[in-house]
Design a binder for this molecule. Structure first.
Ligand SMILES: Nc1ncnc2c1ncn2[C@@H]1O[C@H](COP(=O)(O)OP(=O)(O)O)[C@@H](O)[C@H]1O
Ligand SMILES: [Mg+2]
Length: 447
């Protein structure tokens, strides 16, 4: 009190004026912080957030310059992310970002200690690194998430003793306001990079898959080409052989019993080879046809098959039972082959003691229909369950049962071409059930 009594009026006015100025300055700073806070809410990418700090906070607070560095945790370096002032002529375009290893210079040192610093005279500080021009004051504030360093806000000024405790508090406030936004933006960027990586991998896999399909098609075409050549080109010499055999038969009237028998074997062999080649051609052709979008009524497919096999069914006194079958998209002639082969097998491999009885059931699943063709025939051992579906895979000699061993291989090809699977269950002396699935729609078939 005594002290103030000695103040002159002008000194009093001067004191009030500077107090007012200080207040006005603080109010101005608060306004900047307030508008920065609002602006920050609009920013979402990492780049936008750091540029909002320099453009909407630091620049408006009247700092001479400012650089924001973000920590690259893996490389343990600070990378310039945004800048304001003479060092950054082009807005938001940092061609060669400044890179500072931890521990180097004042910035690197604050990054290590995580303690903000004001340097009032950089010429007295051995850590100072001269850049474009000597600046005597520097203020360096870490952006922290708890103890974890996220980045650095750094500002320099040409005059000595420029930065005050108040500046430091301001920068700390700005750093604190920005940190969650920066963390969030960094997380989003990592997520995006991850997503991009995933997308690239999916693309790569799709490409691989397409190449595979092309290769598969090519090998199918090769197979078809082979089968075509086999059945056409080999047919010619086969015909030659068989006609010469017949010529010999006719000419050599006096063929003895044995020779006559050998001649019959030879001719039968030729016929069998002919049938094998025909079967191979059918096998190769199935799967070449793209699955039509049109819907088939499997009940009518079944009627066609029963009519094709009517002679055999009558002869063997076979019975076939089935509930109403569903409609599915597919290739009719292939599905006729499928049903016909399964029913033929069920009749062919019937049990001596009872007439063949075949029961066909089906079950609608989510994407497929499952069918089961059950018979009461001779059955087979489990070790043959897979072999039966192989090309020329037969479990019996040709003397026991006639056949080419192509039937079930053909069935497998048809089913797979309709996006399904085929397998079987069997018990010796009791019977066999062949199960398979067919797609409800063609959407899943790769084109
Ligand atoms: N319903 C069935 N019951 C018993 N065995 C069967 C049945 N279906 C197929 N097999 C066995 O699987 C083998 C392969 O069948 P398939 O490919 O149709 O050839 P095949 O020309 O001999 O009929 C047959 O030779 C037979 O041994
Ligand atoms: Mg068969």
């Amino acid at each position: 009190m005594e002290h103030s009594n000695h103040l002159s009026k002008t000194e009093e006015i001067e004191r009030l004026r500077s107090a007012y100025q200080l207040l006005a300055e603080r109010e101005q700073n608060l306004r900047v912080l307030h508008s920065f806070a609002l602006n920050l809410l609009q920013q979402h990418t990492l780049q936008d957030v750091v540029w909002a700090i320099v453009k909407h906070a630091i620049a408006k607070l009247g700092f001479f310059d400012c650089v924001i560095y973000l920590l690259d945790e893996q490389k343990q370096i600070l990378v310039q992310a945004a800048a304001h002032g003479p060092k950054n002529p082009h807005e938001m375009d940092i061609a060669n970002p400044i890179i500072i290893p931890l521990g180097r210079g004042i910035v690197g040192s604050v990054a290590e200690t995580r303690v903000p610093e004001i340097i009032s005279d950089t010429s007295q500080d051995s850590r100072y690194i001269l850049d474009d021009d000597f600046r005597y004051s520097e203020i360096t504030v870490p952006i922290l998430d708890g103890d974890r360093l996220i980045g650095i806000i750094d500002s320099e000024h040409p005059e000595k003793n420029f930065f005050t405790q108040q500046h430091l508090e301001l920068l700390q406030t700005i750093a604190a306001m920005a940190v969650t936004k920066i963390l969030h933006a960094q997380a989003v960027e990592r997520l995006r990079a991850h997503q991009r990586g995933l997308e690239e991998r999916i693309e790569e896999q799709t490409r691989d898959l397409k190449e595979h399909i092309v290769e598969l098609r090519k090998s199918n075409q090769d197979l078809e080409g082979f089968a075509y050549a086999a059945s056409h080109d080999l047919a010619e010499p086969l015909r030659t052989i068989s006609s010469f055999l017949q010529l010999i038969q006719r000419k050599e009237k006096g063929l003895s019993g044995d020779s006559l028998e050998y001649m019959d074997f030879a001719i039968a062999g030729v016929h069998r080879l002919r049938r094998l080649l025909d079967g191979l051609l059918i096998y190769a052709r199935v799967g070449q046809k793209p699955i039509e979008q049109n819907i088939l009524d499997l009940n009518s497919t079944m009627l066609t098959v029963q009519s094709n096999l009517s002679q055999l069914i009558k002869e063997k006194k076979a019975t076939i039972q089935y509930d109403r079958l569903p409609n599915i998209p597919g290739d009719e002639s292939s599905l006729i082959q499928l049903f016909q082969n399964l029913i033929t097998n069920a009749i062919k491999f019937h049990h001596k003691e009872r007439p063949p009885s075949i029961t066909i059931t089906h079950l609608a699943q989510e994407t497929h229909h499952q069918f089961s063709f059950q018979d009461n025939g001779i059955g087979m051992e489990e070790i043959f369950f897979e072999k039966a579906f192989k090309l020329f895979g037969r479990l019996h000699t040709i003397q026991e049962y006639k056949g080419s061993g192509l039937g079930l291989a053909l069935c497998k090809r048809v089913v797979e071409n309709h996006g399904g699977e085929i397998w079987l269950d069997s018990q010796i002396g009791i019977g066999t059930t062949v199960h398979f699935t067919l797609q409800k729609s063609t959407n899943q078939v790769p084109k």
